[in-house]
Design a protein around this ligand. Sequence first.
Ligand code: SF4
Length: 221
Amino acid sequence: MTQKHSRQIREIFDRLFEAFGPQHWWPARTPLEVIVGAILTQNTSWRNVERAIGNLHAAGALSWAKLRALPQSELARLIQPSGSFRVKAKRLKEFVNFLWTAHGGSLESLFAGSLDEARKRLLAIHGIGPETADAILLYAARRATFVVDAYTVRILRRHFLIPSGARYEDVRKMLKAALPDEVGLFNEFHALFVELGKRFCGRRATCDGCPLAGMPHDAML
Ligand code: SF4
């Protein structure tokens, strides 16, 4: 990580914030909804997750006790709109069971200790990968970690800030090293990357009018 890279990353944030403004993430009301959403959003759009969460809400199932009591097949039926619903129902159940058996149902206990300790605990749960763990830690536990999603990787690669094939952990550490350790900043930056990815930097880049068009980039990367 050079000082130049660090400056560029901060410039990206400034440009995106100026162009898009605050994003008010995560789009959920409670830590429980953040966690359920972070598990359900794997490989699907947020719109589908909202429909699944709407079903859980309508069924009165949006509490840890209810999620714990609900049979897995019924949970799968309710979250069907989020896709891969049997796998995701299993993942939700694994999370809830772990929360109960290892932490007595307490998120405070699950998130206790250093960021690395809490992260290790989450990553040990079957079906929770680094991106989901970091989303839970940042948006439900308010811990200063960076969520490295596919948009973030693509944008950083096209702006020569990471090599092709960079590992998740290396990108996360690079972003953390470039920025002050502030939860609010990491929260906003991830949301801004997602907005940029949706509006301009998809599989095919639309650089015309993009807030980062004035920075060195190669849209073919
Ligand atoms: S659309 Fe072009 S300018 Fe914008 S982030 Fe992607 S590569 Fe960079």
